[in-house]
Design a protein around this ligand. Structure first.
Ligand code: 6PG
Length: 474
């Protein structure tokens, strides 16, 4: 009998195919199955030499029989209902100890429900966040695993072999029980939204405030990519801005409609932050900005009513401005990441996961969409203080915040003066201003609440007088 496969994979779409090729290339034998057998045949025939490590199966029975027990099976299909249908079909064929692995962008609440539903069946469930797009899946993604630690032990070798590496260290880890992996992937995507939005806002300042063409802006991002902003998203921004549309000869970015899509993970991260009572304002602003971008016809109508802003951008186009923009983006980025990590810390308490913050930062350093040099700094900060309340108060980051926040203030002020929208940058700035303010203004909110609803308040002098003398003397 042919040698059994180490792992199985269902769903030969782009991500599934690339993951399967990655696994085969790293030396593990893999069984693959797709709903349409012709796709399976095509996949195996196109795999070339890697086909030696791939067992293409045309029935679920053959597929299951081809995998070494306990069988880990990666399900890489459309998130939601299809995953449940696939699990139900598999359940009839699997035996105790086998592991169903959902590697799609699932909502972690669905993952927890699936984990619980399978608990008594003997089959284990892993919810696995995979980041890095097509390229990552093929050559090295960042892999965030949630499930039992025991089930992870069965797949650890294969997964770490295919993961991206940062200075030799694989970007793959077990992060906690049930939905932990998918939750962390969701927050990764929330941060991804904020990161992208902030980059877009800086692009907007350079385009509309300073009047630079796409190519020049691309070159600026290219310069920044050599410094502290060095990251995949800055790198692709440079490349995007340097690309010309073959149809029109114009910069590609100038012929793309300003209407952003979204598939839901950013929105989930904001919903969960709100549920947990953790401010994630920069991420919220980024999600809202995508929604506002989608309202193209409304925006066009509003521009007819109000006109284009005619205010002049108050800063000079010179080296100091570029330095400020770079630092401002860096400061705002710190705010977004601090918020994302704070959401994860609270979720860890709420869902009993013990999420390892240094490990999360460590496995985001390579492979994923938000990969960067910066995440190495975050790894170091959390390694020194894993339970710190907020990233911005760690010694390394408080120094970076002190250095960069004044630039963010100048840039946000200039953009506001010129009528250029900077929702994510300004949210990050306000978050910092509110977070470091020992005496805020919620005393007035408390007084108002007590006035109209007798909700009570705490006094600063500790006196036991929980309600105000409202109306007295009126
Ligand atoms: C990743 C990406 C990936 C996908 C997002 C995009 O980490 O590889 O986040 O998962 O690109 O789902 O999401 P939107 O379509 O919502 O922008």
């Amino acid at each position: 009998m042919a040698q059994l496969a180490e792992i199985g994979l269902i769903g030969l779409g782009v991500m599934g195919s690339n993951l399967a090729l990655n696994i085969a290339e790293k030396g593990s034998r893999i069984a693959v199955f797709n709903r349409t057998p012709s796709r399976t045949r095509q996949f195996v025939s196109e795999a070339g030499a890697l086909g030696a490590n791939i067992i293409g199966c045309e029935t679920m029975e053959d597929f299951v029989a081809a995998i070494r027990t306990p069988r880990p099976i990666i399900i890489m299909i459309k998130a939601g209902e299809p995953v449940d249908q696939q699990i139900d079909a598999l359940r009839l064929l699997l035996s105790g100890g086998d592991i169903a692995i959902d590697a799609g962008n699932a909502n972690f609440r669905d993952t927890i429900a699936r984990f619980d539903r399978l608990k008594d069946s003997g089959i284990t469930f892993i919810g696995m966040g995979v980041s890095g797009g097509e390229e990552g899946a093929r050559h090295g993604p960042s892999i965030m695993v949630g499930g039992t630690e025991q089930s992870y032990t069965r797949v650890e070798k294969v997964l770490t072999s295919i993961a991206a590496r940062y200075e030799g260290d694989p970007c793959c880890a077990w992060l906690g029980e049930d939905g932990a992996g998918h939750f962390v992937k969701t927050i990764h995507n929330g941060i991804e939204y904020a990161d992208m939005q902030m980059i877009a806002e800086i692009y907007g300042i350079l385009r509309d405030g300073v009047g630079k063409p796409a190519g020049e802006i691309g070159a600026i991002f290219g310069q920044w990519n050599k410094g502290r902003l060095n990251s995949y998203l800055i790198e692709i921004t440079e490349k995007v801005l340097a690309t010309t549309d073959p149809e029109s000869g114009k910069p590609m970015v100038d012929v793309i409609l300003d209407r952003a899509g979204q598939k839901g993970t950013g929105k989930w991260s904001v919903i969960e932050a709100q549920q947990l009572g953790v401010p994630a304002t920069a991420i919220e602003a980024a999600v809202a900005a995508r929604s506002l971008s989608a309202m193209k016809t409304e925006r066009e109508a509003a521009e007819v009513i109000f006109g284009m802003p005619r205010y002049t951008f108050p800063l000079q186009d010179n080296a100091a401005l570029l330095k400020d923009l770079e630092l401002a983006l860096f400061a705002a980025k710190i705010g977004a990441y601090a918020q994302g990590f704070a959401v994860m810390a609270e979720a860890s308490r709420e869902f009993g996961w013990s999420l390892p913050m240094p490990t999360i930062a460590r496995i985001w350093r390579a492979g994923c969409i938000i990969r960067s040099q910066f995440l190495d700094e975050i790894t170091k900060a959390f390694t020194e203080q894993p339970d710190v309340a907020n990233l911005i108060v760690t010694p390394a980051f408080s120094a970076m915040v002190a250095e960069s926040m004044p630039a963010l203030r100048r840039i946000v002020a200039a953009a506001v003066t010129a009528g250029i929208p900077v929702p994510a940058l300004s949210s990050a700035l306000s978050y910092f201003d509110a977070y470091r303010q020992a005496r805020g203004t919620a005393n007035l909110i408390q007084a108002q609440r007590d006035f109209f609803g007798a909700h009570g308040f705490d006094r600063i002098d500790g006196l036991d007088r929980p309600h105000g003398p409202w109306g007295v003397g009126n």
